[in-house]
Ligand binder design. Structure first.
Ligand SMILES: NC(=O)c1ccc[n+]([C@@H]2O[C@H](COP(=O)([O-])OP(=O)(O)OC[C@H]3O[C@@H](n4cnc5c(N)ncnc54)[C@H](O)[C@@H]3O)[C@@H](O)[C@H]2O)c1
Length: 383
């Protein structure tokens, strides 16, 4: 069995996503399983170069995981011949500049979403990457969640008949930071630092809706900053200038209506942190991160509206669980493996910079819809 080493710069490795999901749960997990197998028996072996701003934090992480290659000098790392891939999980605002640098250095690029802060910049990155002949990818992890994989299976199997609507609830209470520390970084709540729930979540909603149901053709969004003042990591109070909730209506090609609420100011009374209910003429489903339940038309009860009497029905118990029928690995890791096979063996990988740019476009137009209090149609983005 031969090993094919692939040099990967991991930038932003001290961050929440960079460390847990990308380094530990994906790249180190891939090494622990012996690499990514290719059809000819070769195994792609990630050689990691950790990049960040803070030497001691990088050294700590490297030592904790038996890694030896780390630097605070991105330019020098990009100049190395043994580096094939640049990965970016930095703060969103830092991404465009670093990605452009990586394009100029001729490296393949994989990055967290959103690809850039606006769609014009994202499309420019896609074009520059095409011109440089490099391979690109943007994280679309939600597609690989077990709950959504089961939902996709139902769509592909024709369970729903004609799909009518999708209702989604995403969110949880993010602590204000005063009497309990916030569980998300404070930049998320400052517009001037690239924060905001629309820019954070609409790129996800874009690919979830397009890949499971149909492309989004129009958006109507109302957003809010429900919590106007928060306390940061250093204990300093700051004005929250970014949206912390977004109430969106997405009209999909073919007439499906999707309504998705995203909020960091909501308390969870659901089974999972995100849940989508899909209603179709033949049946309905409710999918979360892991689970998915269905109700077919043949077993749909006939509730009668009478507020004078207790309903006597246990509506939740009238649904059945969709079985796993599969093993589900960590979604970030599954997508990393696909990207590495794309780079090394040319296997298809649809989630490129242009796909990322479409996600940014939906966020941008969602924000415009909220600002201008109107419905906005989504134009095609050209390569
Ligand atoms: N795919 C997902 O589900 C998902 C979830 C959360 C965040 N994200 C994305 O991942 C990226 C990182 O988010 P996070 O929650 O890990 O953030 P974080 O604040 O925990 O990490 C940010 C990283 O960027 C680095 N950085 C570089 N320049 C910086 C600067 N000037 N100021 C502050 N940090 C700087 C930090 O050192 C750190 O390593 C964002 O682009 C975000 O949109 C994706």
């Amino acid at each position: 069995m031969s090993r094919r080493p692939i040099g990967i710069i991991v930038n932003g490795v001290t961050g929440r996503m960079g460390y847990r999901q990308h380094l530990v749960r994906s790249l180190l997990a891939i090494r622990e399983q012996g690499g990514v197998p290719l059809a000819d028996g070769t195994r792609i072996w990630p050689e990691l170069i950790l990049v960040g701003r803070n030497e001691s934090r990088l050294r700590d992480i490297a030592e904790r995981h038996g890694l030896t290659d780390w630097t605070t000098d991105l330019t020098a790392a990009l100049a190395r011949d043994d580096v094939d891939v640049y990965f970016d999980a930095q703060l969103t605002q830092q991404r465009e500049k670093a990605v452009r640098q990586a394009i100029d250095a001729g490296k393949h690029i994989y990055t967290e979403k959103p690809l850039a802060e606006d769609s014009a910049a994202a499309v420019e990155l896609a074009r520059a990457a095409d011109a440089a002949g490099i391979r690109t990818g943007v994280v679309q992890d939600k597609l690989f969640l077990p709950g959504l994989r089961k939902l996709k299976r139902l769509v592909d199997g024709g369970f729903f008949g004609r799909i009518l609507s999708v209702r989604g609830e995403f969110g949880y209470w993010v602590f204000e930071g005063d009497w309990q520390p916030a569980q998300r970084p404070s930049w998320n709540y400052r517009a001037e630092d690239g924060g905001g729930i629309v820019m954070d979540m609409f790129p996800h909603w874009h690919y979830v809706l397009a890949e499971l149901f149909a492309p989004v053709r129009a958006v109507t969004c109302v957003n809010a900053t429900h919590i106007p003042r928060r306390v940061d990591e250093a204990g300093r109070a700051y004005p929250a200038t970014a949206d912390d909730a977004a109430y969106g209506i997405f009209e999909l090609e073919g007439g499906i209506i999707a309504q998705l609420n995203s909020s960091w100011a909501v308390r969870v009374h659901r089974d999972e942190l995100v849940e989508f209910q899909v209603d179709g003429t033949e049946g309905s489903a409710v999918a979360g991160l892991r689970n998915c339940r269905v109700q077919h038309r043949s077993v749909t009860p006939k509730p009668v509206w009478n507020p004078d009497l207790p309903s006597g029905e246990s509506f939740r118990s009238q649904w059945s669980e969709v079985p796993d029928n599969d093993e589900f690995d960590n979604g970030f890791k599954v997508q990393w493996e696909a990207f590495l096979r794309h780079v090394v063996a040319g296997e298809p990988f649809p989630w490129d910079f242009m796909a990322g740019a479409r996600g940014v476009q939906l966020a941008e137009l969602g924000l415009r819809s909220a600002r201008e209090h109107r419905r906005i149609e989504i134009p095609e983005l050209d390569r």
